[in-house]
Design a protein around this ligand. Structure first.
Ligand SMILES: [Zn+2]
Length: 126
């Protein structure tokens, strides 16, 4: 089940533009599964690098910790962004949001002016 949420974009100044994200919210079971998958992937790499002479001193612990890092990041993520669209507040170019983990604030690089566009959940003013 995906849902559409309104976002507000900025380039670290007062200018704001709006947009939307099509997201898929994870439930706790899906979060755990996603985190475990990442852990398995990195730990798999860690195990494989045991076979690489010399480098395994570095690679094994590196991949081991990257596994923890990405699993934690995945677990903290609220869900997944399927797609989305916003406008660059600086140059007005349309920005397509790529598929990614949902971690606020979302960032995307403007293809036209190379600015980092930050996207935040639009506050609903009552
Ligand atoms: Zn731009």
């Amino acid at each position: 089940m995906s849902e559409r949420i309104e976002i507000e974009s900025n380039v670290m100044d007062e200018r704001r533009t709006t947009g939307y994200l099509e997201i898929n919210r994870f439930n706790p079971a899906e979060k755990t599964r996603t985190a475990l998958k990442k852990l398995a992937l990195w730990w798999g790499l860690s195990l494989l690098s045991v076979l690489i002479p010399v480098f395994h001193f570095v690679l094994v612990p590196l991949f081991f910790f990257l596994g923890f890092f990405f699993a934690r990041k995945g677990y903290k993520s609220e869900g997944q962004v399927l797609s989305g669209q916003t406008t660059c507040p600086h140059c007005g170019t349309e920005i397509k949001v790529a598929k990614a983990d949902l971690n606020w604030p979302m960032t995307e690089i403007c293809q036209s002016c190379a600015r980092v566009v930050r996207m935040e959940k639009k506050e609903v003013v009552v």
